[in-house]
Design a protein around this ligand. Structure first.
Ligand code: HEM
Length: 122
């Protein structure tokens, strides 16, 4: 049986490390950092780990409706979305995921853009 990316890259234990490193970058970003000023980061890392695990074929499901609901009031524009995607790609590369696997995850993220972007570019 084929191994999922979730298993290949160490399951929840390793994924949560990757997601924590990713949010360190997001918080430091001039473009998107301010969005996270008043957010409970521990909860966010939990949920984001679950989301990425679901994209990688792990034992969880994460509905696009949830993504839509939590981002709806944030007026996220394309530029912010792209910054977030760029930082996630950079993090996955730093954790030595193979290039094809990085692309696969990033394609899944891009497919969710309509659920996340609701604001106009400034
Ligand atoms: C690039 C693709 C993105 C993905 C896959 C993503 C995924 C997620 C997930 C899984 C959650 C947790 C939702 C929950 O509570 O169940 C979340 C929350 C959140 N996201 Fe995103 N997100 C993305 C882009 C962005 C961008 C660009 C911003 C802002 C610039 C952003 C800001 C936030 C904030 C502030 C929360 C916390 C909302 C709250 O707890 O009130 N996200 N995101």
């Amino acid at each position: 049986m084929a191994v999922t990316l979730f298993e290949k890259y160490g399951g929840f234990a390793n994924l949560s490390k990757i997601i924590m490193a990713f949010y360190d970058k997001a918080i430091d970003s001039d473009v998107i950092g301010p969005f996270f000023d008043d957010i409970d980061m521990r909860r966010l890392v939990d949920h984001q780990t679950k989301f990425i695990a679901s994209v990688m074929g792990g034992p969880v499901a994460y509905a696009d409706d949830t993504l839509r609901r939590v981002h709806a009031t944030l007026a996220i524009d394309r530029g912010s979305f792209d910054e977030m995607s760029r930082l996630l790609r950079e993090t996955l590369q730093e954790f030595r995921l193979e290039a094809a696997d990085v692309d696969m995850v990033m394609n899944e993220i891009e497919a969710r853009a309509p659920a996340i972007i609701s604001g106009q570019d400034r």
